[in-house]
Design a protein around this ligand. Structure first.
Ligand SMILES: [Zn+2]
Length: 212
């Protein structure tokens, strides 16, 4: 029995919440939780969240990504999460999503502006493209991390954000999606020929009951 069993279950629960909301796009996306000063939990690579068990969650050493617990291969984006958790000492959790609307913005190379006072900072800042799961992507993020920005848009890919807790990270993902919806809506106003499925997604994200 792992001494981190409770935290592993919390990671799994948060994954299921995000997957239910469509933010992980199948097996895409992954999640990390700081366990203590030296360790973090992270989801396994290419995991089907609906088949995952809490004991499948890996425990890695923050300093060098050495695996301490877990039978499965840790997420290929473990390095991204470690960079976030090392830089933002106040972040207890880090989440990487392929959420549809923010990922659409990542294709058109824009920052996503956030409402004044958002805990994530003023924007979701665009990071130049580097392939998924590579040291290049980790370095591209690491050198652009800012003390007052907790969310970043990975070009042509998705989002990574840090938050105080898993609950805060899940809520942050929804706020980012709403902000992306507002941005895309403003662009669609000028380009009425954009496809209607995208407009439908934007409309759904802007529903008041989605507000968190
Ligand atoms: Zn990804």
């Amino acid at each position: 029995m792992s001494r981190f069993s409770v935290q592993k279950q919390q990671v799994l629960d948060a994954c299921l919440t995000l997957a239910d909301r469509g933010y992980l796009a199948g097996i895409g996306g992954n999640l990390a939780l700081r366990l203590d000063a030296d360790h973090f939990a992270v989801t396994p690579s290419a995991a089907d969240y609906y088949a995952m068990k809490a004991e499948d969650i890996c425990v890695l050493r923050l300093a060098d990504l050495e695996k301490i617990e877990g039978e499965l291969k840790p997420s290929v984006e473990s390095g991204l999460h470690a960079a976030m958790l090392r830089f933002h000492r106040s972040a207890g959790a880090s989440v990487h999503t392929h959420q549809p609307l923010a990922s659409a913005v990542a294709l058109i190379r824009r920052d996503i502006l956030l409402p004044a006072g958002d805990k994530l900072g003023g924007k979701v800042a665009l990071i130049p493209y580097a392939p998924s799961g590579t040291g290049l992507l980790v370095r591209a993020l690491a050198k652009r991390l800012k003390p007052d920005l907790f969310a970043y848009l990975l070009r042509n890919h998705g989002v990574i954000c840090g938050a105080a807790s898993l609950e805060a990270a899940v809520a942050a993902v929804s706020r980012i999606e709403q902000a992306a919806a507002r941005l895309l809506e403003s662009l669609i106003d000028r380009q009425p020929s954009l496809p209607s499925p995208l407009a439908a997604l934007i409309g759904a994200a802007l529903q008041p009951e989605k507000t968190l």
